[in-house]
Write a new protein. Structure first.
Ligand SMILES: [Zn+2]
Length: 492
């Protein structure tokens, strides 16, 4: 993966001044015309993306994503990440990314671009009040060390070659330690600040993806408002400068990516979100709105695929909520075209109600389902819950290791300790079949048949303390009977 940070430090408005603002005698600066800087930045960003994806200057690109942010004083910049089909081999890194000056006599144009755009700081002793200084140190680790060859640090971040003059580097007024890594070809074409970094380790990829998705800076403070107006609080906490405002007014994209991702809904039967008013409530009840999931069940074209593959062949009209065959793309079969669009569902934690989690597992695995009931049916038998259907399809791990833990505890622990252990396994470890575990080990948790229900209530109380949910909320086939225990206690 290659990460790029693109900023336009300076824009010339000479042509614009002559053509459209000549009637006013004032000299217009870029800072006076945020509409123009926004348009120029957008055009340059498009050109940069085209250079990478269409001209393939790094090779074939499988996917890319960018997000745009604004610095405190309004300078917009784009974080771009690209994934290449072929890995960049270590011996190729120096060909595409450099942290050294070119020969000022052979390539004065690039040298001037770098001098203007790609020098960090000065910071540290030269400028202790630089914005990059935190706790007396430069956040970006400048000035960097001189290196004879490019290599990786312990986290997989590349340390680029920065040769001294004695080792082949060029003598310039600026020390090579202050150069921000760049791609010579991109810098020459774009004449802008474009920091290029290679990300090859998992740590680096995770950091970069977190960084580009973190969103804009926000001020953090508390507002004491008795009305608790969430909209007002959200707006008060946002930091929007004039550059960002004009970008949003124009409706330019803050974020873009390839391939496209289609968000697919996951919900229980009749569990989709419905917005209604007093006037249309009965209409909404009679005919609940379609979602991507119900549209998939009701599809006319019966293609035997899982829902995640469906957006490759079909697109959904935003308002019609109906999947339609794609009319362009790569030919899949006669009259059917395929795109690169990916279908994705939100991640659901196993503790988030068994139905959602297990329904999502089934949607990922069952080919061509036609209804919610179809998902619960395995070999002609319709099961009560999605969990049971998952079990029958062998999609869940068995609970042998949890059984072993309870059996081992039985040899050394008291019943009360085993009940605590069972409660923790039940609430925190997501066993696939807790009812079977209970049936198998209930005798280790108490000693008479009559009071198993009371044991269940004790366990349920523990589960409520640990997770705030009772047994039935964790697993709908598993519940205690509190009415019975009252009768039992009264009679005993
Ligand atoms: Zn610094």
């Amino acid at each position: 993966m290659i990460s790029l940070n693109f900023e336009l430090i300076s824009i010339s408005l000479k042509v614009v001044n002559e053509r459209s603002i000549s009637h006013s005698n004032k000299i217009t600066q870029p800072s006076d015309r945020h509409d123009l800087t926004a348009r120029v930045f957008k055009l340059k960003l498009r050109k940069l993306i085209d250079l990478i994806t269409k001209c393939k200057i790094f090779g074939n690109v499988t996917s890319w994503v960018y997000s745009i942010e604004w610095q405190k004083r309004g300078l917009q910049h784009a974080h771009i990440s690209i994934w290449l089909e072929n890995k960049v081999h270590p011996d190729r890194i120096d060909n595409i990314i450099s942290a050294e000056f070119p020969d000022p006599e052979k390539d004065p144009h690039l040298f001037d671009i770098l001098k203007k755009n790609m020098i960090h700081g000065p910071c540290g002793k030269l400028n202790p009040f630089s914005v990059c200084i935190k706790d007396g140190q430069c956040k970006c680790n400048y000035p960097r060390k001189l290196l004879d060859v490019t290599r990786s640090d312990k986290n997989g971040y590349p340390l680029y070659r920065r040769r001294s003059t004695t080792n082949g580097g060029f003598q310039t007024a600026i020390n090579v330690k202050w150069i921000v890594p760049y791609c010579p070809l991109i810098s020459k074409i774009m004449n802008a600040h474009i920091n290029v970094e290679l990300c090859s380790s998992v740590v680096a990829v995770k950091y970069i993806l977190k960084y580009i998705h973190k969103g804009s800076d926000q001020a953090m403070f508390s507002i004491e408002n008795k009305n608790n107006n969430e909209i007002e609080e959200y707006q008060s906490g946002r930091y929007i400068n004039s550059n960002e405002a004009i970008w949003r007014i124009f409706g330019f994209k803050i974020h873009d990516r390839y391939p496209n991702v289609q968000h697919l809904h996951v919900h229980l039967e009749n569990g989709q979100r419905v917005y209604f008013s007093n006037d249309n409530v009965s209409k909404k009840v009679e005919k609940p709105p379609e979602t991507t999931l119900t549209a998939f069940f009701n599809r006319l074209f019966r293609e035997n695929v899982i829902i995640l593959r469906y957006p490759k062949i079909f697109y959904m009209k935003q308002f019609a909520k109906k999947f339609n065959l794609r009319k362009q793309g790569i030919r899949y079969s006669h009259e059917i075209f395929q795109s690169d669009t990916l279908g994705r569902m939100y991640t659901i934690h196993p503790s988030n109600s068994e139905c959602f989690f297990f329904l999502r597992i089934l949607l990922h695995n069952v080919i061509g389902p036609m209804s919610f009931g179809y998902l619960k049916t395995v070999n002609g038998i319709t099961y009560k819950s999605y969990r049971e259907a998952c079990q029958q399809l062998g999609l869940l791990k068995d609970d042998k290791h949890w059984g072993d833990a309870l059996a081992e505890a039985n040899e050394t622990k008291k019943s009360s300790s085993i009940r605590s252990l069972f409660s923790i396994i039940f609430t925190s470890c997501n066993p696939s079949d807790p009812k079977s575990l209970w049936e198998k080990y209930k005798k280790t948790m108490n000693y008479t048949d009559e009071i198993f229900n009371e044991t269940l209530i004790i366990i349920e109380d523990m589960c409520l303390i640990i997770s705030g949910k009772n047994l039935n909320q964790w697993n709908n086939s598993f519940f205690s009977n509190r009415k019975y225990i009252k009768r039992f206690r009264n009679h005993s």
